[in-house]
Design a protein around this ligand. Structure first.
Ligand SMILES: [Mg+2]
Length: 120
């Protein structure tokens, strides 16, 4: 299983990468700092699960999400965002995200999400 962590915040990426290291090793975790990099990384590394921030420079999460799903229709996108408004949540789920969770992600929530995705 390959994971891609996409966030323009270095701290946010670090927190999520650290949590993911409970489940996998560093070689299976990739990082991107904006939507455009996420698209490039998805083409190159073919991650199974992408964690995607919404507000980012260059290309935001809303724009990147359908592009990621076009590259790989089976890709599992988990939006991790501080924007927890119902409207934002509905929009990303309509675009094909599996989950929309509040930032910062806590380890228990991450565990639940990974288990849920594994059981699909
Ligand atoms: Mg951001």
């Amino acid at each position: 299983m390959k994971y891609l962590v996409t966030d323009d915040s270095k701290l946010a990426r670090r927190v999520l990468v650290k949590a993911l290291l409970t489940y996998t090793d560093e070689a299976h975790i990739f990082q991107a700092t904006n939507g455009l990099e996420a698209v490039k990384m998805t083409l190159k590394e073919r991650p199974d699960i992408v964690f995607l921030d919404l507000t980012m420079p260059e290309m935001d999460g809303y724009t990147a999400l359908p592009k990621l799903r076009k590259i790989n229709p089976d890709i599992k996108v988990v939006v991790v965002s501080a924007d927890v408004q119902e409207q934002a949540k509905e929009k990303v789920l309509a675009l094909g995200a599996k989950f929309h969770i509040a930032k910062p992600i806590n380890p228990q929530k991450l565990k639940e999400i990974l288990e849920s995705l594994a059981n699909e």
